[in-house]
Design a protein around this ligand. Structure first.
Ligand code: NA7
Length: 536
C-alpha cells in the first residue's frame, strides 16, 4: 500500500491491468505523483480475473507482451506460442516487480464514483468503502471486456453445487474430475473452458444459445532456441504489428475471394486453417467481411471442417452458425474443441430451441428436460466496452452523468477524451482501436502521456474536447463501419448485448477502422497542438 494516500495526486489511474501498469510507468517519467486504484488483490486486470480452466491468449505471446523496454524483452521467455493465463499473470507480476510499481498501487480498492470539481479543477474519486482521493487528472484503465454479466435465470441463488463466472474465477483451483458440469455460453471463454473441462469431467453438458465459428489455434511450446530466434526478431514483430489492420501479426490478404480460381481459393483456405492463430479470420481474403457471397464461400469451407471433425452430423449441424457469417463475430480459437463433442461424456443442448427456464437446487431445468449437475460455469460474457464505465458514477462539468450521456451509445474524441468531462482520459475507452490489445494500449498510454506533458509544459489545468472535434470523430467512426457485414449481426461489437437489460440498441459500439487509421487521427490531434481540445 502507498504510505501516503491522502491529499492531492497529480494523477489517479483506475485499474492495474496492462494499461494501468504501463500508464504508471509513464506518469512517473513525467514526475507526477500518481496513485493506481485496483479492485483486485493483485495486478493483471483481465489476466487476474479470468482464471478459468484453459484461459489463454489468441494472439501470439511475443506479439502480445509489452514492447516499450528492450531490457524486459531480453529478460522474459514465453513458453508457448499462445501463453496460458498463469504465465501471463506471472509476466505482469514480473513487470510490477521490475519497475517497483506496487508502491503506488492501492489494492482491494474498487472505485464507485468520480466527480469533477470545477472550483479546484480536480477529480474526487470515491471507493466502495467511502474513502476518497483527489487528483488533477483521472485516467481510466478499466478494460473493454471487464464487467462480467450473469444471466437472470430464476433460482440461481438456490443452486446447491458450485457455480462460477469465467471472468470472476476463484484463485483456488476447481476440480472437475468425476463431476457433472454444465457450461452455459459458447463464446471465446466458453470454448476454452469446454475443451479443458471435457478432459476430466464425468459428464459435461454444454448449453449453447448461438454457435460461433471457431478455428484451430495450433498452439505449441516454444523451445529456448525458438525463443532466442523470436527475441532476435522483436523489432520486426512489433513493426509488423504497427502496420497491420488490427495490430496482429496477420492482416488481410490483398486479393478478393473471387479474384482466384476455386482451386486456388480452396488451397489458400486450407493453408490458413492449418496455420497458427488468427490468420483464418484477419488474414483472409480482403472482402471477407464486406462481400456476402465471399463470406458465404468461406463460411461453407469452415462448416465443412466442422462436419468433418464432428462424427454425429446432427450435432455438427447444431455447431454450425446459421445466423451469422464467418468472422462477423469474434472467432474463438480452439484446440480439439469440435472433437470434444465426439466424447461419450459430452452433451450439447440447444438453448434456443429448448431455453433454460430456471436453475434448480440440483441443476438446470430447460423447457423439455432437467439436467442434474455439480458445477455450473457461466461463460456468459461481459457488458463490453461501456460496462466498466457504467459501474462507476462519473459526474462531469455541471454534474453531467457519463451514464446518461452515453445512454444511446458512447461518444468520445478518439475514444480517450470525453466532452463534459475535463481532465479525464479513458484508455481503451469506446472507439479506441482494439484488436491485439496491448499494441493499442501502448499507443494510447503514450498518447495520453504526451498530452499530459503538453499540459504540464504549458501550465494548462483544464482540458476538454470541443464538441465539433467529437462530432467529426464520431462521423468518422460511423463512416468506417458502413457496409460491414459484422454490423448486421448481434454481438457486443454492435451494442446488441443480449445479456444486458436496456442495452440492445444497435450502434457502432467499437471502432471498426484500422489501427493505423486510428493512430493517424490521434497523432494528428497531437500534431495540431490539441486544436480539438479546449485548453485553459
Ligand atoms: P461472449 O463472446 O459474449 O460469449 C457469451 C456467451 O454466453 C455467448 O455464447 C452467449 O450466447 C452466451 N449467453 C449469454 N447469456 C446467455 C443466456 N442467458 N443463456 C444462454 N447463453 C447465454 O463472451 P466471452 O467471455 O466468451 O468472450 C468475450 C470476449 O473476451 C471475447 O470476444 C474475447 O475477445 C475475450 P449468445 O451468443 O448471446 O446467444
Amino acid at each position: 500500500q502507498p504510505a501516503d494516500v491522502t491529499g492531492m495526486f497529480d494523477a489517479i489511474v483506475i485499474g492495474a491491468g496492462m494499461s494501468g501498469l504501463y500508464q504508471l510507468i509513464r506518469l512517473r517519467e513525467l514526475g507526477m505523483r500518481a496513485l493506481v486504484l485496483e479492485a483486485g488483490t493483485g495486478v493483471g486486470g483481465t489476466w487476474y480475473w479470468n482464471r478459468y480452466p484453459g484461459c489463454r491468449f489468441d494472439s501470439e505471446s511475443y506479439s502480445y507482451g509489452y514492447s516499450f523496454d528492450k531490457e524486459l524483452l531480453a529478460e522474459w521467455d514465453w513458453t508457448e506460442h499462445f501463453a496460458p493465463q498463469p504465465e501471463t499473470e506471472r509476466y505482469l507480476n514480473r513487470v510490477a516487480d521490475k519497475y517497483d510499481l506496487r508502491r503506488d498501487i492501492r489494492f482491494s480498492s474498487r472505485v464507485t464514483a468520480a466527480r469533477w470539481d470545477e472550483a479546484s479543477r480536480s477529480w474526487s474519486v470515491a471507493l466502495e468503502d467511502g474513502t476518497r482521493f483527489a487528483s488533477r487528472f483521472l485516467i481510466t484503465a478499466i478494460g473493454a471486456l471487464s464487467s462480467p454479466t450473469m444471466p437472470a435465470f430464476p433460482g440461481m441463488d438456490e443452486f446447491e453445487g458450485q457455480s462460477f463466472h469465467t471472468g470472476l474465477w476463484p484463485k483456488e483451483p476447481v476440480d472437475f474430475a468425476g463431476k457433472r458440469v454444465a457450461v452455459i455460453g459458447t463464446g471465446a471463454s466458453g470454448v476454452q473452458t469446454i475443451q479443458e473441462v471435457a478432459k476430466t469431467a464425468a459428464q459435461l453438458t454444454v448449453f449453447q444459445r448461438t454457435p460461433n465459428w471457431c478455428a484451430p489455434l495450433h498452439n505449441g511450446t516454444i523451445s529456448p532456441e525458438d525463443m532466442a530466434e523470436i527475441r532476435n526478431r522483436y523489432d520486426e514483430i512489433f513493426a509488423r504489428c504497427r502496420e497491420t489492420f488490427a495490430c496482429f501479426l496477420h492482416t488481410a490478404d490483398p486479393r478478393n475471394t473471387f479474384d482466384v480460381t476455386p482451386e486456388e481459393r480452396e488451397a489458400f483456405l486450407e493453408k490458413l486453417y492449418s496455420e497458427r492463430g488468427f490468420g483464418i479470420w484477419v488474414g483472409n481474403f480482403k472482402d471477407l467481411l464486406t462481400n456476402r457471397a465471399a463470406n458465404e464461400v468461406v463460411s461453407e469451407f469452415i462448416a465443412n471442417k466442422i462436419r468433418g471433425r464432428v462424427k454425429d452430423q446432427r450435432v455438427a449441424e447444431m455447431l454450425i452458425p446459421k445466423t451469422h457469417g464467418f468472422g462477423t463475430r469474434r472467432v474463438p480459437l480452439e484446440t480439439r474443441y469440435y472433437e470434444v463433442y465426439n466424447q461419450p461424456n459430452v452433451l450439447l443442448v440447444d438453448s434456443r430451441a429448448t431455453p433454460i427456464e430456471r436453475i434448480t437446487p440440483t441443476g438446470i431445468k430447460t423447457s423439455d428436460a432437467e439436467y442434474d449437475v455439480d458445477i455450473i460455469v457461466y461463460a456468459t460474457g461481459f457488458d463490453a466496452l461501456r460496462g466498466a464505465f457504467d459501474r462507476i458514477d462519473f459526474l462531469g462539468a455541471g454534474g453531467i452523468s457519463l451514464k446518461e450521456k452515453w445512454e444511446h451509445g458512447a461518444t468520445s474524441l478518439v475514444g480517450m477524451l470525453q466532452e463534459g468531462f475535463p481532465n479525464l482520459f479513458t484508455l481503451l475507452g469506446p472507439h479506441t482501436a482494439l484488436g491485439n490489445i496491448p499494441r493499442s494500449i501502448e499507443f494510447n498510454v503514450d498518447w495520453v502521456t504526451a498530452m499530459l506533458r503538453h499540459l504540464q509544459a504549458n501550465g494548462i489545468t483544464r482540458a476538454e474536447p470541443k464538441p465539433e472535434a467529437v462530432a467529426a470523430w464520431m462521423d468518422h467512426v460511423a463512416e468506417v463501419a458502413r457496409g460491414l457485414l459484422s454490423m448486421e449481426v448481434d454481438s457486443w461489437m454492435t451494442g446488441v448485448n443480449s445479456n444486458v437489460a436496456g442495452k440492445q440498441v444497435r450502434h457502432v459500439a467499437r471502432y471498426t477502422g484500422s489501427a493505423p487509421t486510428y493512430r493517424a487521427w490521434a497523432d494528428d490531434i497531437a500534431r495540431q497542438g490539441y486544436a480539438g481540445v479546449a485548453l485553459d
